[in-house]
Design a protein around this ligand. Structure first.
Ligand code: ZN
Length: 278
């Protein structure tokens, strides 16, 4: 009997302790939850509601496609000062999510702000969900605006680190993707539109289309991309910035030492002269 009450007391104190921990862990995040403004249940309900007119275009894959275009195509387009025609599916206006993506503000490591209503979110994923539920009316949903559709031509899997790359090459699929890729080159960079267009047409084929084959080991993005500051370079600059003040401090201390040494010498020689004259 006594043992049972002791166990009961132990369990009670344990649950109280756990509750205490839970309270202390939630209290700092209350502010954040308020900022999220919506409970989980409300959100799921809303998601179900919105499911009826959901956009059938992957935001994630569209983002990957945009990343590839921005990194491996735009530097060359800018260099040629070429205007991509609006009929080209690579044109920024033909990316359904472009406007929303441009309204993402990455404030901090764990702070993302909605550019439309200024709400704060803990991660990009939550902000994406917020866009889907609250600002989907801003999407210009019309045919041919899903950038994710071009992923098969642009090799999105390579930047999305998916495991699909390892799958066996299918010659029919490779030929189909190559065709999509080549027709993109034709509509975006028509060879009869001048030397810039034909140069970019050529580049597009080498950069994206050549790799759509099961023969050989052709790699996409063979012409390189936007120059990025490497991590090594960053570390080197930070180290230099840190070491520079130390170097100057050493120089300063050394010079001060030298000066005081000279002064001491002067003082000694002065004293020596005085004793001599007296
Ligand atoms: Zn918003």
């Amino acid at each position: 009997m006594e043992r049972a009450t002791r166990i009961g007391f132990l369990l009670l104190s344990l649950s109280l302790l756990l509750q205490g921990i839970r309270v202390s862990s939630t209290s700092p995040s209350i502010q954040i939850n308020k900022e999220y403004g919506e409970s989980v249940t409300a959100r799921t309900l809303k998601q179900e509601e919105d499911h009826t007119h959901k956009v059938h275009c992957s935001r994630e894959r569209s983002r990957a496609a945009w990343k590839i275009i921005d990194e491996y195509l735009m530097p060359f387009v800018e260099q040629e000062q070429y205007q991509i025609p609006s009929g080209c599916r690579l044109h920024p206006d033909n990316d359904l999510f472009r406007d929303q993506e441009q309204h993402k503000v990455h404030v901090d490591f764990s702070e993302w702000r909605c550019g439309y209503c200024k709400k704060i979110f803990r991660s990009e994923k939550f902000l994406d969900q917020h866009f889907d539920s609250r600002h989907s009316n801003l999407l210009n949903v019309s045919n041919g605006k899903c950038l994710a559709d071009l992923c098969v031509a642009l090799h999105c899997d390579l930047v999305m680190d998916s495991k699909l790359q390892k799958s066996k090459c299918n010659p029919a699929a490779a030929a189909r993707n190559r065709h999509i890729c080549e027709s993109l080159a034709d509509t975006c960079f028509p060879v009869n539109k001048g030397p810039s267009a034909s140069r970019l047409h050529e580049l597009f084929l080498r950069q994206f289309c050549d790799a759509h084959t099961c023969k050989g080991k052709q790699k996409p993005f063979s012409r390189g991309g936007r120059k990025k500051t490497s991590v090594l370079y960053l570390i080197f600059s930070i180290l230099t910035l840190m070491l520079l003040p130390i170097f100057y401090l050493i120089v300063y201390l050394y010079q001060r030492e030298m000066k005081s040494g000279v002064q001491n010498f002067k003082r000694i020689s002065k004293v020596g002269r005085k004793t001599k004259s007296s």
